[in-house]
Design a protein around this ligand. Structure first.
Ligand SMILES: [Zn+2]
Length: 245
């Protein structure tokens, strides 16, 4: 069984999509005590988890990456390529200063570099603690009419691979939205395609070709996700989804 957890921000004003840095530290400390963390496709006999962080905000590099090193953990970072700059000289405090809404306003992604840069992505990959997924190019709802699926799904992979010199095997669906055409194209180019959905996965094949992710944002306590009742819920949902698929 492979539980995969999904997170977004650290210390953001967008509370449903964020945890505080102290909550994340205690949460990751617990994970390190109880689980082996895996990159997509890896197997382990020990109780294991796959940690995924969406959107490649600079707060991941600033808060989470040092914790991954401290606790010797691995995580998958989902990168929307359009928003990523090569490098920046801006102060961390400025890059962290935007609200969630401001990050996506106008050209703020250029002016304030609120996302990880390619230089930072390379450093994190080199460390062995981070691997990257494509999270499309423009972070659009891919199920909507008029979206260039080839550019979003395959074009983003080409960009990442050229910039990082690295094979990208995972795709994370923006907003968890998809239709049959989206899934078919994503599966053609990536062995691992992730959605949202609070279920665990029987294997890296996922359920119906998609890997489900449990929501890890807005934690109430560091151990919230690991309570027996929560775990039972994730199992139950897996079984329901499995039967339907
Ligand atoms: Zn996203």
């Amino acid at each position: 069984m492979i539980p995969v957890v999904m997170y977004h921000h650290i210390n953001s004003d967008d509370l449903p999509l964020s945890n505080s840095d102290t909550m994340m530290e205690e949460h990751l400390r617990l994970i390190a005590q109880r689980y082996t963390t895996l990159f997509p496709g890896e197997k382990s006999a020990a109780p294991s988890l796959c940690l995924t962080f969406d959107d490649a905000y600079f707060d991941f590099y600033y808060y989470v990456f040092p914790l991954l090193k401290k606790f010797n953990l691995k995580a998958l970072l989902a990168v929307p390529t359009f928003f990523i700059r090569e490098s920046t000289d801006l102060e961390a405090s400025l890059r962290l200063s935007l609200t969630h809404h401001q990050i996506y306003e106008g050209e703020n992604y250029k002016t304030f570099a609120p996302f990880c840069t390619y230089t930072e992505l390379r450093e994190m990959i080199q460390s062995g603690h981070v691997t990257v997924a494509s999270h499309s190019m423009h972070h659009r709802n891919l199920a909507e009419a008029g979206v260039d699926l080839k550019e979003e799904i395959f074009g983003s992979k080409i960009v990442l691979e050229e910039k990082l010199g690295y094979r990208v095997e995972s795709f994370v669906l923006p907003y968890g939205k998809y239709n049959d055409a989206v899934v078919a194209l994503a599966r053609e180019h990536y062995p691992y395609v992730f959605r949202i959905g609070n279920a665990i996965n029987p294997s890296w094949e996922g359920i119906g070709g998609l890997i489900y992710r449990i929501k890890g944002d807005g934690l109430k306590t560091p151990g919230t996700l690991f309570s027996p009742i929560k775990r039972l819920g994730f199992w139950f949902k897996m079984i329901v989804k499995w039967i339907k698929s």
